[in-house]
Write a protein that binds this ligand. Structure first.
Ligand code: C5P
Length: 408
């Protein structure tokens, strides 16, 4: 599965631990160098010897065992892992990872690694649905952990529901995808815009829109994970700043325009996920407008410049189209008018898709007329799918030379 690096398999104490034996076997058969770390409770379900017989390497269970026993230093495990997969991942390990606890070998290694980490949770349905587990899951996702969600079925505890370890094929596919994407944007410079711009009426009031910024932030994180240098130009949002990304904070469309035009000359890729206000008040009052003085308030609005159309040059341009009808047709028109390589069309009328939610159902349309409909997916995954297309466009289009742009 990997060329030089090692897959680190973490096994925690769920009845599904026996399935990790098959996973280990498939990974080794696929050519992976495999390190296995087991928590103490995992060893109650399956013995370390079982994994050792598959990997022909020592299985690590004890944080305080002498390194000579393993012929590796503890932190070296974290360093040499190309990818970490925890299968099964219990509610306990998820809680510990979400809190940064490092009281066993697996937690320590994951805290110390810079490799991507994939979690395949398995637990009782009520433990899975518990708000604490779901909060931990959201926190881990926001910190870049990948999750292969558990499946439905009858659980060992005798109830029916979500909580079964995902199919091994799905875990292996997710691992392969992580490895394929790992450095395909290495050395590239990516500018991402996010959030809804805010156009002041006076020092207190403003015109804004429903964008949460989630898609743009997911894109910035995804591009960073794939090795890119990322500049995130963001309107105000409630989201934590992504780690390892240069963040430029702006408020208005005009400020966003200025920041984008400043950033793109060095960029290979521009992804405009921001919802830029089409209009702004012609004048923003310097002091608060008193309602007593305005029984009827009439605002004069003027058009904001179209940032995407203004950016010219040898870079890949990706835009978004929030549509409520004729998605592909309208998106294609926008793609041509704005001179884009790729447009992400989003049906905002569909439940679970569009503003504020964590999922999206989008259609990708490229400048060659290729149309790709995606199912409803977490925004983090939509971001990677968009970048999958961008990575192909980079190798095949004028944008491949990148890094030199000019604006009108
Ligand atoms: O024209 P429309 O607003 O539907 O286009 C959406 C796309 O264009 C988005 O990618 C958005 O970020 C970008 N846009 C822009 N400047 C504007 C309005 C939208 O770059 N003034």
């Amino acid at each position: 599965m990997t060329r030089d690096g090692t897959v680190l398999l973490g096994v925690t104490g769920s009845i599904a631990a026996y399935k990790a034996v098959e996973l280990a076997s498939r990974l080794v058969q696929g050519g992976a160098k495999l390190d296995v770390v087991m928590t103490d409770s995992a060893t109650r379900f399956v013995t370390p010897l079982t994994f050792q017989s598959i990997t022909h390497r020592p299985v690590i269970t004890d944080m305080f065992a002498t390194p000579e026993e393993y012929d590796i230093e503890h932190i070296a495990l974290a360093e040499r892992a190309e990818v970490v997969v925890v299968a099964p991942a219990t509610a306990n390990i998820m809680a510990k990872l979400a809190a940064g606890i490092a009281d066993d070998m697996l937690c320590c290694t994951i805290l110390a690694t810079r490799a991507p980490v994939l979690l395949a949770p398995a637990m009782n349905v009520h433990m899975w649905e518990n708000a604490i587990t779901q909060e931990n899951l959201a926190r881990l996702r926001a910190r870049g952990f990948k999750i292969v969600e558990p499946g439905y079925g009858s659980l060992a505890c005798g109830v029916e529901g979500k909580g079964r370890l995902a199919d091994l094929e799905d875990i292996l596919t997710a691992l392969r995808q992580i490895l394929d994407r790992r450095s395909d944007l290495a050395g590239r410079s990516v500018v991402v815009t996010a959030g809804g711009t805010q156009e002041p009426i006076d020092p207190v009031r403003l015109i804004c829109n429903r964008s949460s910024g989630k898609m743009g932030y997911a894109l910035a994180e995804a591009a960073r994970e794939r090795g890119a240098r990322v500049t995130l130009i963001t309107a105000p949002t409630a989201l934590p700043a992504p780690i390892g990304v240069e963040v430029v904070r702006i408020q208005t469309a005009l400020q966003m325009r200025e920041a984008v035009l400043k950033a793109v000359p060095d960029a290979d890729i521009l992804v405009m996920a921001a919802a830029v206000a089409d209009y702004r008040p012609a004048t923003a009052a310097k002091s608060k407008l008193k309602k007593e003085e305005y029984p009827l308030m009439q605002l004069e609005l003027i058009r904001n410049p179209d940032i995407l159309s203004e950016v010219k040059g040898n870079l890949i341009k990706v835009g978004f189209a929030a549509e409520s009808e004729n998605m592909v047709q309208n998106a294609t028109i926008k793609l041509k008018n704005k001179g884009l390589h790729l447009i992400v069309a989003n049906d905002i009328t569909e439940p679970g898709s569009g503003f504020g939610v964590d999922t999206d159902r989008v259609v990708l349309v490229d400048s060659r007329g290729k149309v790709k409909e995606l199912p409803l997916l977490p925004k983090s995954e939509v971001a990677h799918k968009i970048l999958d297309e961008v990575a192909v466009l980079l190798t095949t289009s004028a944008g491949a030379s990148g890094g030199r742009t000019h604006q009108q």
